[in-house]
Design a protein around this ligand. Structure first.
Ligand code: AMP
Ligand code: MG
Length: 622
């Protein structure tokens, strides 16, 4: 496509009736106005741009592009704007888009042009498919400038409808995957809600980085882009307490009661009044009763009296201290203790010391662990509000892969990645869709990606994203949505595809992990894991520990290295880490033998024996 042959026209000539007669294009959006967003998205696709508007002409002109009002009077609809554009356009083609479509595709011109050429048409328009129905978007079109006389004649004859005009020319339909990209904004409410909940685009996220090179991307930049791009699933459900283990809490849990509800004893012993304790001589107290856990003493001990008490029993009225039974002597119905045995207030648990009524017991976003189940139970909470499980589809790609049970033909390997990925996803608590092995074949890959996209929130693939891999993996991923391909400054695991793809009105985040068995795990842990947790509504950053390196480690500065290590206790009792043998990215055994990964960041050079290094322990990793 020669972009010099295309002029762009933004259609802003309507009355804005549905928006309460405000001028749609001038409504604030994304920090500027709607029309400014459309301008920015169209600019790179065309030679020149103009705006068709019938009111606020000076305001539109301030965007620095020509403003052309309709020639046909009386707000005659988009065709009148199109006519105004065709009349003044100096190139062979005109591309139109409405002023209220701030998400329009970055390849709108290119794909409409390709469609127009391949179908030898006069006009190409965008269509999307939603729930199996084709939805045309006639105001997103590319047409030949030579159509002006046909259009003028149609308008002069009173014609106003798009489909009426289409009857007189040859129209090509071009299918776009991302239905959201064509979403126009019709009401002020819609505008406001979209402005706050607008899904980001990779290009916008990436533009926040000062220097961005997809072919030499530092690990932390990739992590940051992924983190900003993914969106949490919002749906929640109420589940029984035991079923909440490992799930993500969806709301703060406020304690309805004080825990414990009463002051109680922390020891088996005698409850007494602190004011009875003598510092100059033995204290002698008469035992007047017993308090059991769950069966309180309901009398009121007087000065000089005490109550035998069990751990957890409610403190008798007026008593504020407990002396453990092993510290006292018994003398008939009295006890004796030496001065200084306890201080007033000792061994008493205060009401609400664990949790006060009305305070937040657990914060939303927490991945619930055994202690949390216990805490919720201590509040009498029977069910917990949790985020719905994340649905993750995964498959392996490669003609050389065989599934377990199949004969291993010459040159083939068993598909191991699907099992490591299964394990890692299972630990995160996702709902899994195992889609098996997908051949290195464009059609097979496209249909697998589409199926995954229509059924899952996220897709994890392995293989096919490296430079040597068949080109169409990247082409197909890119065609299905907003996907980028990185070479990350790391070892192992340099190639990574990341983005969001669309199919039939559904979308899913895509992580195209490398094929090598160690690389796939490293990329999962350091990129996909955090992103999936974020989608689940959880915050659980990887906890790196410091340990002493037992031996020197060779390391080149300028990239992050993940070496498999074994952490153990050194001769002095302090933790010490040693690298496992061969570190090749295909040697899965290195992961099995290791109990941790040594993370050597970009700045790090060679490590000397005794230097401290960062490690990620495998145990405890969700
Ligand atoms: P690729 O990224 O597709 O070029 O694959 C890189 C290397 O990883 C090749 O040696 C593949 O055979 C290997 N590989 C890819 N996928 C898998 C898998 N699912 N299981 C085991 N090895 C794999
Ligand atoms: Mg492959």
């Amino acid at each position: 496509m020669n972009k010099e042959s295309i002029s762009g026209l933004i259609l802003a000539g309507g009355r804005g009736t549905r928006m309460g007669h405000v001028d749609k294009g001038l409504q604030p959006f994304g920090g500027s106005t709607m029309v400014a967003n459309v301008l920015a998205r169209l600019q790179p696709q065309v030679a020149t741009l103009a705006i068709n508007a019938n009111q606020n002409l000076d305001t539109y002109a301030a965007f620095g592009v020509p403003v052309w009002p309709d020639d046909t009077p009386g707000f005659a609809g988009p065709l009148a704007g199109l006519e105004a554009g065709l009349r003044r356009c100096a190139t062979s083609y005109l591309l139109t888009a409405p002023c209220d479509s701030p998400f329009l595709p970055a390849d709108l011109a290119e794909r409409l042009y390709a469609g127009l050429q391949s179908q030898d048409a006069d006009l190409a328009l965008a269509v999307t498919e939603e729930n199996g129905r084709r939805q045309p978007h006639p105001v997103f079109c590319l047409l030949k400038t030579s159509l002006l006389p046909v259009l003028s004649e149609y308008l002069a004859g009173g014609g106003r409808r798009m489909d009426g005009w289409y009857g007189q020319i040859k129209v090509a339909e071009v299918l776009f995957e991302d239905a959201d990209a064509f979403r126009n904004i019709n009401t002020l409410d819609e505008l406001h809600s979209l402005d706050t909940a607008r899904p980001p685009r990779l290009a916008d996220v990436v533009s926040c980085l000062s220097a961005y090179d997809p072919d030499a991307l530092p690990v932390r930049d990739a992590q940051r882009i992924i983190k900003e791009f993914v969106q949490p699933v919002r749906a929640t459900e109420q589940v029984a307490l035991r079923a909440a283990l490992g799930r993500v809490l969806a709301q703060d849990i406020v304690s309805p009661i004080d825990v414990p509800a009463h002051d109680n004893s922390a020891m088996d012993g005698y409850a007494l009044r602190g004011s009875d304790l003598r510092s100059d001589a033995d204290t002698r107290l008469q035992v007047v009763g017993t308090a059991y856990a769950g069966r309180a003493f309901d009398g009121v001990p007087q000065a000089g009296q005490c109550v035998r008490i069990m751990t957890g029993a409610v403190m008798p009225a007026g008593c504020d201290s407990v002396v453990p039974q092993e510290f006292v002597g018994e003398d008939g119905d009295a006890i004796l203790m030496a001065p200084g045995t306890i201080r007033p207030g000792d061994n008493r648990r205060l009401a609400g010391e664990d949790l006060k009524a009305g305070s937040a017991a657990l914060r939303k976003g927490k991945v619930l662990r055994p202690a949390d189940l216990g805490l919720l139970a201590s509040l009498g909470v029977a069910e917990a509000p949790v985020r719905r499980r994340l649905r993750v589809a995964f498959f392996s790609t490669g003609d050389e892969l065989r599934s377990i049970g199949q004969p291993l033909d010459q040159g083939c390997v068993y598909d191991s990645n699907r099992y490591t990925i299964y394990g890692m996803l299972q630990r995160l608590g996702c709902d899994l869709i195992d889609m098996g092995v997908v051949r290195d074949d464009p059609q097979a890959l496209e249909s697998a990606l589409r199926e995954a996209c229509e059924n899952a929130d996220a897709i994890i693939t392995s293989g096919g994203v490296s430079v040597g891999a068949a080109d169409y993996t990247r082409t197909i991923m890119a065609r299905l949505g907003d996907v980028t391909f990185w070479k990350i400054g790391m070892r192992p695991g340099r190639p990574l595809a990341f983005g969001r793809i669309h199919s039939n009105g559904r979308s899913a985040f895509l992580f195209g992990l490398p094929g090598n068995p160690v690389a796939v795990m490293v990329s999962f842990y350091f990129f996909a894991r955090d992103a999936l947790l974020r989608m689940m509504g959880a915050e659980a950053p990887l906890a790196l520990l410091k340990a002493r390196s037992a031996a020197p480690i060779r390391k080149k500065p300028g990239r992050t290295e993940y070496q498999r290590g074994i952490l153990s206790r050194g001769a002095d009792g302090l933790p010490e880490v040693r690298i496992t043998g061969a570190q090749g990215s295909g040697i899965l055994r290195s992961m099995c033998e290791a109990n941790c990964m040594v993370v050597l960041d970009d700045a790090q050079g060679n490590v000397a024996a005794g230097d401290m290094v960062e490690v990620l322990m495998f145990d405890g990793l969700v």
